[in-house]
Design a protein around this ligand. Structure first.
Ligand code: PEP
Ligand code: MN
Length: 357
């Protein structure tokens, strides 16, 4: 399906004028009316326009706090009345969507576990058809770009135009300091495939701990995210879910004040001149790299022909290992990242082998 036509976030009618980054903040879960109102009023005072709180919580293990359910919708509506903030929550089923539409919720998000399930996403989309509600789609738990894009496509097919994607990190086998590995390349990839899709980042679920939230938030903005979804609880130690990663309102205010937003361009003459020069150097280098690659592939094909003529097998692992070892050494001596060089040459080698088949 076509993927044109994302409504710009500034036209969603949710975020205060000039508010950059667009911030959605609030507790992981709505726990009581008082906790919701306390969190909302602190966040309104910190200049946040959109309040989040989960009321149906998808917990990995049974027996945890699974959310307060429908009662929480009334608390969110109270928060809206008392603070004027827009309200949003997570939906995982058609029932949830219908309840949110009835309660006047302003935005929904589809959680990481739900995005991974096309049946559930489709039922949510069918329930949303005909509404004009903005929806944020969190990345699925595994780094599967098509699954993530598929959920966005289902929403578009249901006529929803106000769609944003949220990078909240991924479950990976490799241990990282984070609860969910950011895999920042996924943000570039989704924005390349879904042109102009608004990108939000959820540093809270990436981090899993308060310590990393600042660096992840700033990195997100540096990479061009337009918004952040951040968990804030009036009393984080007492939180019924995700206690380690929720900021207190004062920690949140300090974070917000520290964030620096980069713009897309500048009218500064010096900047424009330098940038043009550097970009033209890059274009020149790329074109040299390309002709070198072409030359390498030609030589590789000749090697292939020679091996064939003499009945020699294509893959010579010993030779490849020594080439790689030499490249690693050279890379190191000229200050290039070994891993980068390894990755690039592995791809080149794969194509070389293919060209010799
Ligand atoms: C949440 O936002 O509280 C949540 C459950 O997020 P995720 O789906 O990213 O785990
Ligand atoms: Mn949470």
């Amino acid at each position: 399906m076509g993927v044109a036509g994302f409504v710009p976030v500034t036209d969603w009618g949710l975020f205060p004028e000039g508010d950059r980054p667009f911030v959605v903040a609030g507790p992981c879960s709505a726990e009581s009316r008082q906790q919701v109102l306390e969190a909302a009023s602190a966040l309104r005072d910190a200049g946040v326009g959109v309040f989040r709180a989960g009321i149906w919580k998808p917990r990995t293990h049974p027996g945890g706090f699974e959310g307060v359910g429908h009662d929480g919708l009334a608390w969110l509506a109270d928060a809206h009345r008392q603070t004027g903030m827009k309200i949003c929550t997570e939906v995982g089923s058609a029932d949830h969507v219908r309840a949110c539409l009835d309660a006047g919720v302003d935005m929904l998000w589809i959680g990481a576990r739900t995005t991974a399930n096309p049946f559930q996403v489709q039922e949510i989309c069918d329930a949303l058809r005909g509404s004009n509600l903005p929806v944020l789609v969190k990345n699925p738990v595994s780094p599967d770009l098509d699954l993530w894009i598929g959920a966005v496509e289902r929403l578009m097919d249901a006529g929803i135009g106000k769609i944003g994607v949220v990078l909240r990190g991924f479950t990976t086998l490799d241990k990282t300091p984070y609860r969910n590995a950011p895999v920042w390349e996924m943000s570039t990839r989704i924005r390349t495939r879904l042109k102009d899709v608004p990108l939000f980042v959820d540093p809270s679920h990436m981090a899993g701990a308060v310590t990393y939230i600042k660096e992840l938030s700033q990195r997100a903005l540096d990479l061009g995210a337009c918004g952040l979804m951040i968990e804030v609880h009036p009393n984080p130690e007492k939180a019924l879910s995700d206690a380690r990663q929720q900021l207190s309102p004062s920690q949140f205010a300090a974070l917000k004040a520290s964030l620096r937003v980069r713009t897309n361009t500048s009218s500064d003459g010096e900047y424009l001149r330098s940038m043009e020069e550097l970009r033209s150097s890059i274009d020149d280098i790329d074109s040299r790299l390309l002709s070198l690659l072409e030359e390498r592939m030609r030589v590789s094909r000749s090697i292939g022909a020679l091996k064939k003529e003499h009945g020699i097998s294509i893959l010579q692992t010993g030779r490849w290992e020594s080439v790689m070892e030499a490249l690693r050494k050279d890379a190191e001596s000229i200050g290039l990242d070994k891993k980068m060089v390894e990755e690039i040459f592995s791809v080149i080698h794969d194509y070389s082998v293919k060209a010799q088949e």
